[in-house]
Ligand binder design. Structure first.
Ligand code: ADP
Ligand code: MG
Length: 235
């Protein structure tokens, strides 16, 4: 298939990195070759989610022209690699986001699925991946402020010439009377799924292990498996 997904949101802290790591891990467990990429260049933190050391060669070095994509690609488990970004602001300043185009095309030719963990906000490096991906997954909590910011992601995707796959609502509560279909309806995009609020999510980040590995029986792990299968068509 060679599908590149951008995992995006207007607001930070809504679960983009969690979604990137867990969707990627589920598809790798199903035998697909997967790359997860930290394109949140300014606020990189994907490395910590998967126990990588960010002082090694990163996407920053690739985008600064100092390393090849292979040098910044790390094997995480069977079928899955990560391309982390660094946390050093001086290194970040040397990067040229334009290089992402080449990075995405190279990864596309090697992996079945590529997940781009996109930064929040409206900067060039945030908007660029929305157009480079085949499909944009918009992530939002049910909070009105997050939903409002998701509207911007939808608009920016259109401007970047990208396609929206739909909306994932994260950190939902079982007894809430919020209609997630209505939220997706407001944004005029399909509802792909919901991920419940789950304390094991934070624990798995502290452990540097994807939630679906850390606690496969947790409710959020089940929701990520369903989302991965609905999104990709793979069981
Ligand atoms: P983003 O990449 O959008 O900034 P993260 O994936 O880093 O968001 O998640 C932000 C915080 O929310 C993290 O501490 C994470 O553990 C927590 N979190 C994410 N999803 C859930 C969930 N379903 N239940 C509880 N906490 C969650
Ligand atoms: Mg993140």
């Amino acid at each position: 298939h060679e599908t590149v997904y951008a995992i995006a949101s207007g607001k930070g802290g809504v679960g983009k990195t969690t979604t990137t790591v867990n969707l990627g891990t589920v598809l790798a467990q199903a035998g697909e070759r997967v790359a997860i990429v930290d394109t949140d260049l300014g606020m990189a933190n994907l490395a910590g989610f998967v126990s990588l050391t960010p002082d090694a060669t990163t996407l920053h070095d690739v985008l600064a022209g100092d390393a090849s994509i292979d040098d910044a690609t790390y094997r995480l488990a069977d079928n899955i690699v990560a391309v982390p970004s660094g946390t050093d602001l001086d290194e970040y300043a040397k990067t040229s986001p334009e290089g992402l185009r080449t990075v995405v095309e190279e990864l596309r030719s090697t992996y079945d699925f590529v997940f781009l963990d996109v930064g929040a906000g409206v900067s060039h490096e945030t908007v660029l991946p929305l157009g480079l991906a085949d499909s944009v997954v918009v992530v939002s909590t049910p909070e009105p402020a997050a939903v409002q910011d998701s509207q911007k992601t939808v608009e920016l995707t259109a401007r970047a010439g990208g396609e929206i796959a739909g909306l994932v609502v994260t950190r939902t509560h079982p007894n809430s009377d919020i209609s997630y279909d209505e939220i997706a309806g407001q944004l005029e995009i399909p509802l792909l799924g919901t991920i419940p609020e789950d304390p094991t999510s934070r624990e798995s980040v502290c452990a540097g292990t994807p939630l679906v590995v850390y606690d496969p029986r947790s409710s959020a792990s089940g929701a990520y498996r369903r989302l991965a299968s609905d999104l990709s068509g793979i069981d």
